[in-house]
Write a protein that binds this ligand. Structure first.
Ligand SMILES: Cc1cc2nc3c(=O)[nH]c(=O)nc-3n(C[C@H](O)[C@H](O)[C@H](O)COP(=O)(O)O)c2cc1C
Length: 322
């Protein structure tokens, strides 16, 4: 699902809607066996591209996709040298290409290996002045797997444990598994786990947030943060709404779109490629425009910046903003 959560989005979101957001996560950066970052992944985390953050070492967490100690440690140290302190290990990506390489959620199938890997990582990096967080799912096939996973995670000085309340086989669909999430958090604490716990899954509106927080019952007090994925792409003002503020205004959305366009056009020069990125955003953002199918079609067909801008102007002029 990566591709649009790159620095143009982080910078733009921070600038226009960043109030109330504690931390942004980069899409995963792969640390391959040859110990060279992929060029485009490295580009995304170069500090020279960061705009508008006071202290990115606290406000941006870099996620690493690795299946072994050596490449994680190498990658973490490289990233630390770029000024980041907050590193996150991906234990949740469900993509077959990732699973087949024994990475992401693929690591959840082999508890013994995963624990050895975590042991190696935390031993090696104990004096490296960085915080390591984990982004996990509740299991690969079944949430009953969570208990053993939590027992393993509790053995290490994890800074933050982010739990996406699904299993790998769910991918991104079906409802978040709240009861299984609660059991996992309780188990983690019973095993002595001390990390801050972050809830993730299906927070797309203030109503979702309230409903999910209510259904967490006694476990709610254990949660120190909530991560949002798709919700923020549908509604960039979601965090503001969660804290009692206004929904997105059309003028802000226009500014957001044009800043994103500017950001992507520095990242990838050709109009059509920039438009492709914008289309991925429009796949979420169209929900703000009533009866906009005809205009969306025009946006999809746009080949130049001029055609794209004309189609966007038309959608704002003709469609009711909701
Ligand atoms: C466009 C997009 C890109 C994502 N990239 C990553 C990623 O690189 N690493 C990761 O751990 N999760 C990634 N996710 C998953 C989200 O972090 C989150 O776990 C998932 O979408 C469930 O949360 P939600 O219901 O709030 O969307 C991505 C999600 C989206 C929509």
């Amino acid at each position: 699902m990566e591709g649009i959560t790159l620095y143009p989005l982080r910078n733009t979101h921070k600038k226009i809607f960043g109030e109330g957001v504690d931390k942004y996560f980069t899409p995963f950066v792969t640390t391959p066996k040859n110990l060279h970052f992929k060029k485009r992944e490295k580009k995304d985390i170069l500090p020279e591209h960061i705009e508008g953050f006071k202290d990115y070492s606290k406000e941006i967490s870099v996620q690493i996709m690795s299946g072994n100690v050596e490449t994680f440690v190498w990658g973490a140290r490289q990233i630390r040298q770029l000024g980041y302190r907050d590193l996150n290990l991906n234990l949740g990506c469900p993509a077959p290409t990732v699973i087949n390489r024994h990475k992401g959620a693929g690591l959840l199938t082999d508890g013994y290996y995963l624990e050895e890997m975590l042991k190696g990582i935390f031993d090696e990096l104990k004096d490296d002045d960085m915080d390591i967080s984990l982004k996990t799912r509740l299991g690969f096939y079944d949430p009953d797997e969570a208990k053993d996973l939590m027992e393993s995670y509790a053995r290490f000085p994890v800074k933050e444990l982010i739990i996406h309340a699904r299993v790998r086989e769910d991918y991104y669909s079906g409802k978040a598994r709240i009861e299984a999430f609660k059991d996992a958090v309780r188990a983690y604490r019973e095993f002595g786990g001390k990390a801050d716990i972050c809830y993730n899954g299906d927070v797309n509106s203030p109503e979702d947030f309230e409903r999910i927080m209510d259904s967490l019952g006694d476990v709610r007090d254990e949660i120190s943060a909530v991560m949002m994925g798709r919700g923020l792409l549908y509604d960039p003002a979601l965090v503001r709404r969660l804290t009692g503020g206004d929904g997105v205004h059309p003028d802000e959305l226009r500014k957001y779109l044009s800043e994103l366009y500017r950001g992507y056009s520095e990242y990838i020069p050709e109009d059509r490629n920039v438009i492709c990125k914008m289309l991925e955003h429009w796949a979420f953002l169209h929900v703000h425009f009533k009866d906009c199918e005809k205009h969306l079609k025009a946006i999809r067909k746009a080949k130049t910046r001029g055609e794209y801008t004309a189609a966007v102007n038309a959608i704002f002029a003709d469609c009711k903003f909701v």
